[in-house]
Structure formats: C-alpha cells, structure tokens
Design a binder for this molecule. Sequence first.
Ligand SMILES: [Zn+2]
Length: 206
Amino acid sequence: MGFVTHTEGGSWTGGGTEVPNCNLNDRNAITAAFNFMQATSRPAVAALGGELSTLAGCLAGKTVAAVEIDCRGGSCGTAFGTAPRGGNSINMCPPALPPSVQANTDVTVFHELIHSCGGGELDSWSLENRFYVGRGTFTPGKAVINGFPGETTAIGGGLRAGTFVVWNPANGQVSVKVLSGGSWNTGPTVSAGAQILAPSAAYTFP
Ligand SMILES: [Zn+2]
C-alpha cells in the first residue's frame, strides 16, 4: 500500500528503480490532505453521529500508508480523482494536484476516501459541501444530482437514503442517516438525523 510505483531503468535481466507515479510535489500535497482529513474533517464527521460515526471509523483507517494511492496523469480525463466504491485505493488526477492549489487536493482526497468507505456520489458530494467550504468544494451540477436517485433507496416520506446520509429530493436537504431497531429477522428503521446541508435548489430532483 501507499504510493503506486513503476520501474525505471534496468534491463531484460531485471534491476531498475521503483519510482512512485505521484511525483514529490504530488506526494507532499496528498500527504497534507490525508493529515487535514485525520486532524480536522474526521472528528467533524464523527460529531454528527448516526452513520457518520460509522464513516468516521472507516476514515480512521485511511492513512497514506494503508491506502493504495496512484497518480494517473492524462488518463483521468477531466476528473479530479476516482476511487472504487468500498475498495482501498484512490486515483488522483491533474486538476487535484500541484500546481493546482492545496485545497483541491484536500477536498478530492476526502471525496475519494468516502467512496473507498462505501459511499456513493450523494455521500461524497454532500459531505465535502458541508466540511470543505472554502477548501476546494463546489456545488455539484445537475448531471451529478440526477445520478442520486439511482444510487439511493426510498425510506418513506419522500426521503431517499445513501450509505451515510439521507436526501430530500423535493427541497434538497441532506441529513445524517440514522439506523434504529432491527432484529434477527427485521432490518433497522432508517431515518434522518442532524442536518448536513440546508434545503437548496441545487440539490433538488427533478
Ligand atoms: Zn465521486
């Protein structure tokens, strides 16, 4: 784990040197973003309770040493980053790396690590919009919002649940996902807890 490398030099008999795909400036920015997440964002996530406590527990294990981190250069297209949902790897892309500002690295590491903890786009976007204001986040466009219904489930009252948050498509409000009750033969009841994002037109659907 840690930074993915490629081999430079050597010959058909072997040898060569393992060189990280993320250059030194990239690695410094990514390491700073992980440190900010651990010191500042993770405690703020945990403080809202409900399933955000579960997310905070997952994020606690997401360190530079524990996560497979790659820099994919131009193969990323226009993405800031990508990450398999529920995996343990993140790919960082040029818009989120130097010479871009540190804030763009910070918010992208947070967004992709939420995916690696099992979160969907609703989870990653709403939580970065809450916790990274002034630190690289921006409101997602309608193309992103239009993907939320397909990755969430209805829980009654017009609300839809993601992995860690609950969304009200009618007014755009996002809240903490709270589980209660449940037994060996019935699932827990899903409800909306503390507000993450106030109602806004940007988060409404359709
Ligand atoms: Zn995403």
